[in-house]
Write a protein that binds this ligand. Structure first.
Ligand SMILES: C[S@@+](CC[C@H](N)C(=O)[O-])C[C@H]1O[C@@H](n2cnc3c(N)ncnc32)[C@H](O)[C@@H]1O
Length: 296
């Protein structure tokens, strides 16, 4: 049985809350607006049909009988359908941001065979810390001396991560650092495991998601992940839409055991987890130990 079924979403929500709650409010507001409009269509169907009749008569001269009724019925149906879609989108957004996010974090943790040997792990774009704390919980379970570093460009987010780590009882396993994922502030070959959850697709979005520039930024992040992994280290990335692109780049970079999961719908689009291993014979740079002197 997965941990999510034991730990219900209210507990997860109580600790992590919701990122981008404005999006949820936006969707709910419009869902309610379209619901009210649909009800008004039902109550005032005849006056609305009369309104369409007058418009069609003015603009098109005489209109066939039933055209105004069809126009009123059609727009009313579209309005009702829009309300349903918006409620669905709001529910899917909430589900993806809370219970699914937690479930995927656990799946990502289980993608690494042996946590007992992990000394240093890194979470890119750690946000609220759902994934980071899932890793820290695993390290604690193993009685490991390993630690995880959360990297985020926002100071507020790193502080929030440290708070959620304390609430989860894994504070001593977690360190945070502020920085930009495009130029990771770590030497080569530092980490046994690098993870990242629903983050890489946001890098370069200022250029637009589908642009060559944004794709180049994402590829740069993939390159940075490979650079900071130790030879033999494992990368686990869950992301929306672009994962096949990451897998191709990892192949070009000669990574081993690249596996892309079945698609999972998250935030109303397709998402995948990609896992890979950096070959053991990869050249080891002068990176050495990662010092935990970045505690926020
Ligand atoms: C959707 S959240 C990630 C959620 C997180 N992985 C989790 O499991 O809870 C994305 C995070 O990436 C951070 N971020 C965005 N661009 C970044 C960048 N260029 N470098 C580092 N962090 C970045 C944001 O501040 C935000 O906290």
């Amino acid at each position: 049985m997965s941990k999510t079924t034991i730990r219900d979403w209210t507990q997860i929500y109580a600790i992590y809350g919701l990122d981008q709650w404005q999006t949820l409010l936006f969707l709910l507001f419009h869902a309610l607006l379209f619901t009210v409009l649909s009800i008004l269509y039902l109550i005032y169907f005849d006056p609305i049909r009369g309104f369409f009749e007058s418009i069609l008569t003015v603009n098109a001269g005489g209109v066939p009988v039933g055209t105004a009724r069809f126009a009123a019925g059609f727009t009313g149906s579209v309005t009702a359908l829009s309300a349903v879609c918006l409620f669905f989108a709001a529910a899917n957004f909430f589900y993806s941001a809370v219970p699914l996010h937690h479930d995927m974090a656990l799946r990502m943790v289980s993608a690494v065979n042996d946590w007992s040997t992990v000394k240093q792990a890194l979470d890119l774009g750690c946000g609220r810390g759902i994934l980071l704390n899932a890793v820290a919980t695993q390290l604690k379970k193993e009685g490991s001396s390993g630690r995880i570093v959360g990297l985020d460009r926002s100071k507020a987010k790193t502080l929030r991560t440290l708070r959620t780590a304390k609430l989860e009882g894994v504070g001593e396993y977690v360190t945070c650092k502020e920085g930009d994922v495009r130029r990771l502030p770590f030497g080569d070959n530092c980490f046994d495991v690098v993870v990242s959850g629903v983050f890489v697709h946001t890098v370069g979005k200022e250029h637009g998601h589908r642009t060559v520039e944004a794709a180049a930024e994402r590829m740069r992040v993939v390159g940075e992940v490979v650079r900071v992994l130790k030879p033999g280290g494992v990368g686990v990335v869950w992301d929306l839409v672009h994962v096949p692109e990451y897998a191709r780049r990892l192949q070009e970079l000669k990574m081993e055991e690249i596996r892309v999961s079945e698609p999972v719908t998250a935030f109303m689009v397709s998402s995948h987890i990609v896992t890979f291993r950096k070959p053991s014979q990869h050249v080891v740079g002068p990176g050495g130990e990662v010092r935990l002197e970045w505690r926020c």
